[in-house]
Design a protein around this ligand. Sequence first.
Ligand SMILES: Cc1cc2nc3c(=O)[nH]c(=O)nc-3n(C[C@H](O)[C@H](O)[C@H](O)COP(=O)(O)OP(=O)(O)OC[C@H]3O[C@@H](n4cnc5c(N)ncnc54)[C@H](O)[C@@H]3O)c2cc1C
Length: 412
Amino acid sequence: MASTVVVGAGIIGVAVAYELQRRGKQVTLLDRSAPGSGASFGNMASIAVTEFMPASRPGIFAQMPKWMLDPEGPVRVRPTYMIKLIPWFLRFLSASRPSRLRELEAAGATLCRRVHEDLDALLKETGLRHMLSANGCLSLYADEAEFRADREHMEVLERFGFRHEILGANAIRDLEPAVTTTIGKAVLFPDNRSVADPYRFVVALADKFRLLGGLIEEGEVVEFDHGEKGVVGLRLADGRRLPVSEIVLAAGAYTGRLSARLKEYIPLETERGYHTQIMDPGISMRHSIIWPARAFMVTPTAGGIRVGGTVEMAGLDAPPDYRRAEVLVKRARQALPELQLRQTTQWMGHRPALPDTIPVMGPSAKRNNVWYATGHGHLGLTYAATTGRLMADLITGVEPPVDMKPYRVDRF
Ligand SMILES: Cc1cc2nc3c(=O)[nH]c(=O)nc-3n(C[C@H](O)[C@H](O)[C@H](O)COP(=O)(O)OP(=O)(O)OC[C@H]3O[C@@H](n4cnc5c(N)ncnc54)[C@H](O)[C@@H]3O)c2cc1C
């Protein structure tokens, strides 16, 4: 029988499928792999409500030439990929106009303001609250110049009422004794959180979805069948055909390839990121830390410590370059001198990145029964519960609590 099919069982697809099933829809969650195998597997586990500032800021453009020349810089474009990136980059440029930046900041802040309410509700319903840490995130600064360079971030947070506390050397050491004594200043974001293991979080939520009667199918969508009322079936790589009443495309960085089959253009790129999971780090930490000037993040996760970050623009098909992960570890050891590298694994994942930083959440502009939930970039885990809530409102015909116009698919 035809049902609502959510394509993509990353944190976004699972959150949407769960909420639709909870509200009485019969939902099938379809993925070419097991739930949580994509970007949602190895992200930095952070519920980062303070990180909604659009990437397309003038300050970034000033630094770009330096980064391009530095193979260890925080953003790397593989030379072979530069030409392919031009259309996306032009939209990125256009998202840097001051008036557009103000709109994008407001659209990101609107979602971040909802995050804790929506996440709390989801964790309560599913009994998964134990997966969330109670501790915030520390942003580190080696000196006043580094702190001043991050001033714009704090101004944006102040404008939208997000809490942050400036800490001196003693307070930093009280909170995180493992941080090097050369760090004299930090900002605590007390409202940021982290999940113990982002992969297990997706799997646990998928299990709860199944318990509500939801179905999980394995299969890769390669084509759509059309009828009078819109898409009526999904063609899978193994030759099967799945009948559908409506579809939600939540295939992360791959959603653009699927929407192209529907003749709907979404300028999705992959911002490839890396992590190193260290299971025997020789130190313990309670907070996540970021060091903006060195562009890495460290999070206590999965029984060890995870070091990650970086942006590599090289498309969906190029093999990983794990030197990017090694650079991050080298920098993390500058912040955490006692950090040991024992029992380590490396990972690369594809952030689904739109040039204006905010996600696409809403109906297709071209097909009646197609919806999109994609492009969550650096904040997919953060926005997941809110995306589930807002998408379920839209799909079940309930007025969402926020204006959804900024997130529409035809804004580009
Ligand atoms: C290094 C790194 C650190 C990050 N840190 C954080 C963080 O701390 N906090 C945060 O909020 N976010 C973070 N992110 C971003 C976050 O991981 C992503 O935004 C989020 O995982 C995207 O979820 P998704 O469900 O859209 O995509 P994915 O998790 O990639 O899921 C998409 C799914 O679609 C499936 N799929 C694709 N094509 C098809 C097809 N044709 N047919 C069937 N299935 C298909 C894939 O198999 C995959 O399972 C980080 C990302 C990276 C890479």
